[in-house]
Design a protein around this ligand. Structure first.
Ligand code: SF4
Length: 558
């Protein structure tokens, strides 16, 4: 099976020591990206670790296809113990980092410990350098890029950076690369902040040797990406705004409504009008990114994407696309997940009956990033703040909801309930076959097997580190088999290992069936959760039996 090659580089930012380890056997079993990072996180982070303590570890990892010239591979994976969900969580970001990362010769870089001074860590194929950057305290993401460019000639595509939100340990702080691409969900930027790491740079020209099976398939995928007339290539994900609104499935006014009267001012057509050029990630000919400009003011940003339009638009009662562009841009500069930041602000707007107050929204974005006033409470996220705000808790396992509404696509609702990272749509993407009528959107019974297939496949997607937008369009089962030189079932088995390890770690932290809950009712949820546990081989209480992980991981009582 194709897998990443290259060493594990461990960097203790407290002691400023490094260690290089060979992990070929682990890579064979876990491919790369989320898979290898989950394996290492499970085995190396103490089960009782504080997500914001020095004992937490954070992993950056590529997969094997980041050494190819195939579209849909311009991405990188980041994994850690999430300060938002309290579980092992992986997030991936696009941009141009992946090729610079692979050029260092490492397949995984692990950060542990905590520095007593604000640091930049420079990783190249020639070694590691630690640089004290106290003058960058409080700097925004673009300010860090500018400084690193002046000092070292580094570009945004070399960097993983946090803004003030990460430094202030906002629980949904993102780590940014290429200035505007985010390792967004789950607060991985706050982990870097807790370690006093302002940025990490990657540069080198020493990618390990790797023989790819079936390179003609890669060419075919690339050709199809370049010639597709898919609407994603014009509007990115934003065409979904109108489609979901028309299907009464666009969360609005802090989830109290499911359609938005101002939708035509914030839909994909409005975003396309603002788009002023094409943009992509490394080597990707699909080029779905959305650089936007407001001609009236000259204001420019990238995006917003669909989920950001939900969180800062319909869910916050805002019907002006330029206002949402500004919220999006502020989050990128300050280093925060746009979905969680927008949803958390929507919770505050609900508590104050202030939906649509754009001035207040932009003020809150700043206050959250700097933990000023009410921003200090909101920086904790909805799960920890909702009681004080007096609003319903629209989260699962601390993760606030993505736009795809489980009250309408019930299988996706089941997915939100059981997913190890909570109410995030990318974990299973089961809403896609439900939208497309491949399976009925109605009900949850009998969906456990297809949900598990989707979760396992997506764990492989993230281990390979492939872009979701290639799946279901170009990268189908037989393409997976050709790319990896193995049976699809073998790949799904890798995905199952990853999901089991995440769950096993959560179990050791006290997580069980009581955490697999939704804030709303959908048909037969309880019995479908039991079907899911049984099909996974878990207990009725949602626990992973030791024999599902002991072959390849630390056992519970180690
Ligand atoms: S499809 Fe879009 S998001 Fe995915 S790698 Fe290509 S340009 Fe990046």
């Amino acid at each position: 099976m194709l897998h990443a090659t290259g060493s594990l580089l461990t960097i203790d930012v407290g002691d400023r020591e490094t260690e290089t380890t060979t992990i070929d056997e682990e890579l064979e079993e876990f491919i790369g990206g989320r898979g290898i990072s989950t394996k290492l996180a499970h085995d190396r982070i103490p089960f009782d670790a504080d997500p914001l303590g020095p004992e937490n570890r954070v992993y950056l990892a590529a997969g094997p296809l980041q050494q190819s010239d195939m579209s849909f591979t311009g991405r990188m994976n980041m994994t850690g113990l999430s300060p938002l969900t309290d579980g092992i969580l992986s997030s991936n970001a696009g941009g141009y980092l992946s090729r610079n990362f692979v050029g260092t010769g490492h397949s995984v870089v692990e950060l542990t410990g905590a520095s007593d001074e604000l640091l930049a860590v420079h990783v190249t194929d020639e070694g590691i350098e630690f640089e004290t950057v106290s003058a960058l305290e409080g700097a925004t993401v673009p300010e860090v890029t500018e400084e690193m460019n002046e000092r070292h000639g580094l570009e945004s595509e070399n960097l993983v950076t946090i803004g003030p939100a990460g430094e202030n340990e906002v629980r949904f702080a993102s780590a940014m690369t290429y200035d505007e691409r985010a390792f967004g969900r789950g607060g991985l930027g706050a982990i870097l902040g807790s370690k006093n790491v302002k940025c990490i740079s990657f540069a080198g020209d020493s990618a390990p040797e790797l023989e790819m099976p079936n390179e003609d398939i890669q060419m075919d995928v690339h050709r199809q990406a370049a010639t597709s007339d898919d609407i994603f290539r014009r509007q990115g994900t934003t065409h979904l705004v109108q489609v979901l609104n028309d299907n009464f499935s666009l969360p609005s006014y802090y989830f109290t409504d499911q359609s938005f009267e101002g939708v035509e001012q914030i839909n994909g057509d409005r975003v396309e009008e603002k788009k002023y050029k094409k943009a992509a990630c490394s080597v990707c000919a699909f080029a779905c990114k959305l650089p936007t400009r407001d001609e009236a003011t000259g204001f420019e940003t990238e995006g917003p994407e669909f989920e950001t339009i939900m969180a800062f638009g319909s869910n916050s009662g805002v019907d002006d696309i330029v206002d949402i562009m500004k919220s999006n841009d502020m989050c990128d500069d300050l280093g925060m997940d746009t979905i969680s930041c927008g949803n958390t602000i929507a919770a505050y707007l609900a508590s104050e009956e202030e939906f649509g107050n754009v001035e207040l929204i932009h003020e809150l974005v700043e206050k959250i990033a700097h933990r000023e006033g009410i921003g200090d409470l909101l920086a904790e996220g909805i799960g920890r703040a909702h009681e004080q705000l007096g609003v319903d808790n629209w989260t699962v396992k601390g993760m606030d909801f993505a736009a795809h509404d489980g009250r309408v696509v019930h299988g996706q609702g089941l997915s939100y309930a059981v997913a190890n990272r909570g109410a995030d749509h990318m974990y299973s993407t089961l809403m896609i076959p439900e939208y497309n009528d491949v399976i009925s959107a109605e009900g949850t019974s009998g969906k456990a097997d297809v949900l598990i297939d989707h979760e396992n496949r997506n764990a492989v997607r993230d281990s390979a580190v492939l872009c979701q937008f290639g799946l279901g369009r170009v990268i189908e089962e037989e393409v997976f088999e050709a790319l990896f030189g193995t049976d699809y079932e073998d790949l799904l088995a890798v995905g199952a290992r990853v999901v089991n390890l995440e769950r096993h770690f959560a179990n050791q932290r006290g997580r069980d069936a009581d955490d697999d809950r939704l804030p709303y009712d959908i048909p037969n949820l309880d019995s479908s959760i039991q079907e899911y546990y049984e099909a996974r081989g878990w207990t009725d209480d949602g626990l992973v039996p030791g024999d599902l992980v002991t072959d390849f991981a630390r056992a519970a009582d180690d």
